[in-house]
Design a protein around this ligand. Sequence first.
Ligand SMILES: Cc1cc2nc3c(=O)[nH]c(=O)nc-3n(C[C@H](O)[C@H](O)[C@H](O)COP(=O)(O)OP(=O)(O)OC[C@H]3O[C@@H](n4cnc5c(N)ncnc54)[C@H](O)[C@@H]3O)c2cc1C
Length: 405
Amino acid sequence: MKRTEIAVIGGGASGLAAAINAARLGRKVVILEAQNRVGRKLLATGNGRCNIANTLSDKKINECYHGKNFAPILMAAPLSEVIDFLKSVGISLRQEADGRLYPRSEQASAVLDLLRLETESLGIETICDARVNSIEPHGDHFKITYDGGVLESQKVIAAFGGAASPQLGGCEDGYTILKKLGHKASSPKPSLLPLLCSSKILRSLKGVRIHCDVSLVKSGKVLRRESGELQFTENALSGIAVFQLSSVYARIGGDYISVDVFPEYSTGSLFKLFSDMRSALKKLPAGDFLSGLVNKRVAQSLIKQVSPLELPSGKLSDIQLKKLASISKDWQFDITGPADWKQAQVTSGGVFLDQFDSRLESRLVPGLYACGELLDCDGDCGGYNLRWAWSSGIIAGRSAAEGLK
Ligand SMILES: Cc1cc2nc3c(=O)[nH]c(=O)nc-3n(C[C@H](O)[C@H](O)[C@H](O)COP(=O)(O)OP(=O)(O)OC[C@H]3O[C@@H](n4cnc5c(N)ncnc54)[C@H](O)[C@@H]3O)c2cc1C
């Protein structure tokens, strides 16, 4: 039987960070990875550019993360420590809008290469195509059964990741295996993805992108409002602003998305603008009335709700213009659910953190540690999820190594 001091299950961002930090403290580490290579999800991050962290992730912990009991972990390995860790493997960073941090190379593949090279130089053994089926505690060690063998290890770090993007290795193995060990988890939900909507209008808007505000509304209450690019698809609203709403939808639900096409105007000032335009553009068909303000297909979808497209704009009544202003400020799309797991960037929910101590060691199974998306913490779009993976991985790796002393 193969033996090691620390076994890391899962070679994603958090598992690689954990393995490197444990090995740097002089420990013998083996990574067991289900797929034929480590870091497949990491390669897909930030559209291949890897939005690696966010400068606001220390300051906006409660605003930008969802779940419970994650704050002490983020504070124990703050952004400065994450940046030092990334630098220590050779990754320099550059900052973009909204605090988004990217590798200077702008290549997720370079990030993965540098992490892999560090594991090699530290003598960490990586076994791929090694899907773990069970972890059994046996006195002072664990027996880990995987496709192709059995590994005996003194400590185990569970870095299985979550269920998002199954085409990149996302699965529910971690939840199943940790539950067998007595841990509790909330049912995982897809997050940071498009929200499906029932509106028939969507078909005619497929492919259109506009800058606007979107709000998630439940029982008449706005749960979250975001500004940014909205993308219309055949059956859903998409784009980063909607992704941010989806993280709240995953945990609390919601009835509809309200789209504010003209966030820079109040409803009253929009009516005044439309009234002035009516005087100036008398002969223009109503179908083109808004074409100078917003994408033509959006313009026509809005107008159609108050008037025939061929009516001369000068004949639009005050009532019609008031209705047009109010629809433009609160265009409602009923939500029927999230898109499928394949489109999810992250998992909402997971193994509860209150069953782990501040060093991420299980309170139920001594010697078992966990990190990453497997745990009940998910962040907004913008580098927050990788930041969680690095911070929790650093802590789990160090704690497991120190636990051996
Ligand atoms: C398309 C996409 C783009 C994204 N872009 C960003 C971004 O730009 N910025 C950001 O912050 N976040 C981004 N994310 C989210 C981020 O990638 C994840 O939150 C992060 O990778 C989670 O790291 P992890 O180590 O917990 O899990 P993962 O990276 O998923 O790693 C888990 C690993 O465990 C392995 N595994 C699973 N089960 C087993 C088993 N039974 N035995 C052995 N191994 C197993 C998996 O194969 C996988 O390699 C993106 C996600 C996606 C899908």
